[in-house]
Design a binder for this molecule. Structure first.
Ligand code: SF4
Ligand code: SF4
Length: 267
């Protein structure tokens, strides 16, 4: 049965894999690159305030109403269905402890300096040549007990993003009616747990984005760096054509340098 789409529930399947407030292929709005770092930080802080104020009972009611259950198709673990799996810092630490080669700089680069170095707010999971997550085995997660924060909450989300008309509103479920089963009973305690964990994930995501931009602002101020949109666009053009670029990845307050080509992302 196709159910009515409740207001504010995203039908976009692309929530899980992405890093942008931004991210979010299509996951969320990217902050306009013309914003200063201070303006970006203020916008993200305001977004975090909105997130923390979102009514708990409204979120749990939506979760109950949708009644989602996973049918283990494995599609959300592929680039085809989503884009990339963005990792919170704790998840990056975790995966590095048992599979250090499984992380790559998240592909949605956030900024570029005049020395042609990109900056991004964190890491993503590497994919296999067929576009599936490096941990996906026969449509099942090969590290299920150790899977990452976004893998645990998906397809639940609690953030605002634009729909196909450009209208920005809260989104609570990713890929509605495009995967899984609906109208299943979920008891109140489970709805509350999902709501709590999803909001915690979104808050952690915004915290990381805010800390990244604060560190970037301080680095640019200290080293006399400038963000030049034209340089960013030219470098992205070269990157998409196969050029190797330097990407500095934010991790626990530092920027870790990497050199990547688009081949790393299967492009
Ligand atoms: S870690 Fe597991 S759940 Fe997460 S995207 Fe990869 S295969 Fe899917
Ligand atoms: S039903 Fe949805 S959440 Fe479950 S494996 Fe498929 S795409 Fe992922």
């Amino acid at each position: 049965m196709i159910r009515r789409k409740p207001k504010g529930i995203s039908s976009s399947p692309s929530n899980i894999w992405s890093n942008g407030p931004a991210g979010t292929p299509g996951r969320r709005r990217r902050l306009p690159v013309t914003f200063t770092f201070d303006e970006q930080i203020a916008a993200l802080e305001a977004e975090r305030e909105r997130l923390l104020r979102f009514p708990e009972d409204e979120f749990t009611a939506i979760i109950r109403e949708v009644g989602f259950s996973c049918d283990c198709c494995g599609r959300c673990c592929t680039r085809e269905f989503n884009d990339h799996v963005f990792l919170l810092e704790e998840d990056t630490d975790s995966v590095r402890s048992f599979a250090p080669d499984a992380v790559v700089p998240a592909p949605a680069f956030d900024a570029c300096d005049q020395e042609k170095r990109f900056y991004v707010s964190g890491y993503a999971l590497r994919t296999k040549p067929d576009g599936s997550c490096i941990f996906l085995e026969d449509r099942r997660c090969g590290i299920y007990d150790r899977r990452f924060a976004i893998c645990r909450v998906y397809p639940y989300m609690l953030h605002r993003e634009a729909d196909e008309t450009g209208a920005v509103d809260w989104r609570q479920i990713g890929g509605l009616n495009e995967h899984g089963c609906y109208n299943n009973p979920i008891d109140d305690a489970e709805c509350a747990r999902i709501a709590r964990e999803t909001r915690a994930y979104e808050a952690a995501f915004l915290d990381q984005a805010i800390r990244f931009r604060r560190a970037l602002r301080d680095l640019f101020d200290r080293d006399g760096l400038r963000y030049v949109r034209r340089t960013y666009d030219l470098m992205m053009r070269d990157f998409r054509k196969g050029a190797e670029v330097e990407v500095r990845v934010f991790h626990h307050g530092r920027f870790e340098p990497h050199r990547v080509t688009c081949g790393v992302y299967g492009q």
